[in-house]
Design a protein around this ligand. Structure first.
Ligand code: URA
Length: 234
């Protein structure tokens, strides 16, 4: 099996992240550092990542977490900020987040030890819509909604067509539902800023067919069989 696939199947991280670990010299095969991509390993090889021996083919677990604001989407943070790992510390399997939410964004984050699913979701074939509810400053005209739908320049990148719906217009702010298939850094915030409506609050309410529902902030739940099958079908 390819080394990156082996690391992902052991639930350490996605295949892409595994490639980074390999190139950075964090991976050893039978005690020797392996920095080369594309290496094959067999069942008899002993693979370690950051000094810890890993075993391929672990039991897969899948959770939906409602990330609160003020947490970094990572298993630890060099700057000592709270990390989502603290919210899942009682899960015995070592799970990691699929994709990212900004420090101040709340909502649905999938946590798993299935590196293959994480890998596929990180490189979606453009099919999975991620839906956000954005509270924005000011008045959102229908012209601005149209621009958001068609694509806006977020600093050298024109966003792909998006689904955008005005949920509520208040005197000085508005609530929008925005579904995007891309995942550029701070994309929704940048899109709204590009049309002149700064985001005040942002929540992800769904990833494809997986919905946040009534899950409380800081809480997690197991994904259902149907949700897991859906993830695997992507
Ligand atoms: N878009 C953003 O601006 N922030 C997120 O966390 C996710 C999408």
């Amino acid at each position: 099996m390819r080394l990156n696939k082996y690391i992902a199947s052991a639930g350490v991280c996605s295949r892409r992240k595994a490639d980074e670990l390999i190139v950075n010299g964090n991976v050893k095969i039978n005690g020797s550092v392996c920095c080369k991509l594309g290496m094959d390993v067999s069942e008899d090889d002993v693979v370690s990542v950051n000094g810890r021996v890993i075993n391929g083919e672990k039991k897969r677990v899948y959770f939906a977490l409602n990330k609160p604001a003020g947490y970094i989407t990572s298993m630890d943070d060099e700057k000592g900020r709270p990390a989502v790992s603290e919210l899942v510390s009682d899960i015995t399997d070592r799970v990691f987040p699929v994709g990212r939410l900004d420090y101040n964004t709340t909502g649905l984050l999938i946590m798993t030890n299935d590196g293959d699913v994480a890998n596929r979701m990180a490189h979606p074939s453009g099919e999975v819509y991620k839906t956000y509810v954005a509270e924005v400053e000011g008045v959102v005209s229908s012209r601005r909604i149209d621009r958001l739908r068609k694509g806006v320049d977020i600093g050298g990148w024109i966003t792909a067509p998006a689904k955008v719906r005005l949920i509520k217009q208040k005197p000085k702010s508005a609530v929008l539902e925005i579904s995007i298939r891309e995942g550029k850094n701070r994309q929704v915030r940048k899109m709204c800023a590009a049309v002149g409506n700064r985001v005040q609050k942002l929540e992800r309410i769904s990833i494809g067919e997986i919905r946040l529902g009534r899950l409380k902030e800081g809480h997690y739940r197991k994904l259902t069989r149907e949700e897991i099958d859906y993830l695997k079908s992507l």
